[in-house]
Ligand binder design. Structure first.
Ligand SMILES: O=C(O)c1ccccc1N[C@@H]1O[C@H](COP(=O)(O)O)[C@@H](O)[C@H]1O
Length: 255
């Protein structure tokens, strides 16, 4: 049964991989025009590390949205990750998790975006320690994020928290060397967004593939070095599409 379910998930993953974005969603939140749908592929969080095909997972991006909207989206779109890109509090996050786990998505992962321009900004991580699964360090900008701008990644040396993070903010095709040189024990992946778009919201899949292939080495069956860089750990590629699209019901989940 588990095998069957896994096969179905893999098939769906392959199908999704052939499309720029397989489900296109948009949040109806209040403060900012939130980008909403993201697809992560391949996923570095313990998957796809042994040469097996990584299964894409969906990430919903929300900016100060109402918890009930987030829960509805998680359920309708079978999200595996919720990325909170506004001023969501640790209390709100705990409540959201309690609503989702275990009945809706037992394995839900919550990502909190933190906007960064200097080491000082990393202090804002502290209240979230133990409440979120991942941080996403995006570039501080006038809006909530997605500026396409980079910041000085060396400020992240000051991050000594226990929560792993994704490197984010304007990462583009020209950043391969910088990424190879970037090392932090808590960095588990990178976030690719607007720099891989042909038009707003539309990803250039070939450009993404080329970039990911260049960045990630072929996994060696024997080597298991300490892997502190995104290059060695793998890539989380978040493909974002802002166009609304009705949810497609997934099969094989006993629904
Ligand atoms: O993309 C947006 O419009 C956006 C708006 C509000 C919050 C987050 C947003 N985007 C997310 O920001 C990061 C970095 O994107 P980029 O590389 O700078 O384009 C990414 O996670 C986007 O999904």
């Amino acid at each position: 049964m588990l095998d069957k379910q896994l096969k179905e998930e893999e098939t769906k993953g392959e199908t999704r991989n052939k499309q720029p974005v397989s489900a296109q969603l948009k949040s109806t939140q209040s403060k900012a025009p939130a980008p909403f749908n993201k697809v992560t592929t391949p996923l570095s969080l313990g998957e796809g590390q042994g040469g097996e095909a990584a299964i894409p997972k969906f990430v919903g991006v929300f900016v100060d949205d109402m918890p009930q909207n987030i829960v509805t989206a998680v359920s309708n779109y079978h999200l595996s990750y919720v990325q909170l890109h506004g001023d969501e509090s640790p209390v709100m996050i705990d409540n959201l998790r309690r609503t989702l786990v275990p009945d809706i998505v037992p394995q839900i992962k919550i990502i909190k975006a933190i906007s960064v321009s200097s080491a000082e900004d990393l202090k804002r991580c502290e209240p979230y320690e133990g409440h979120v699964d991942l941080f996403l360090f995006d570039t501080k900008c006038k809006g909530y994020g997605g500026s396409g701008q980079k910041y000085d990644w060396s400020v992240l040396e000051a991050y000594t928290g226990q929560t792993p993070f994704l490197l984010s903010g304007g990462i583009g095709p020209d950043d391969i060397d910088r990424l190879r040189d970037f090392h932090h024990p808590q960095c588990i992946g990178i976030d690719l967004n607007s720099k891989f778009e042909t038009t707003p919201g539309m990803k250039d899949v070939e450009m993404l593939k080329k970039f990911i292939n260049n960045l990630t080495p072929n996994p060696s069956p024997t080597a298991s070095p300490p892997c502190p860089s995104p290059r060695e750990r793998g890539v989380i590629c978040q493909i974002n599409n802002k166009k609304p699209h009705p949810p497609t019901p997934l099969q094989g989940r006993g629904e």
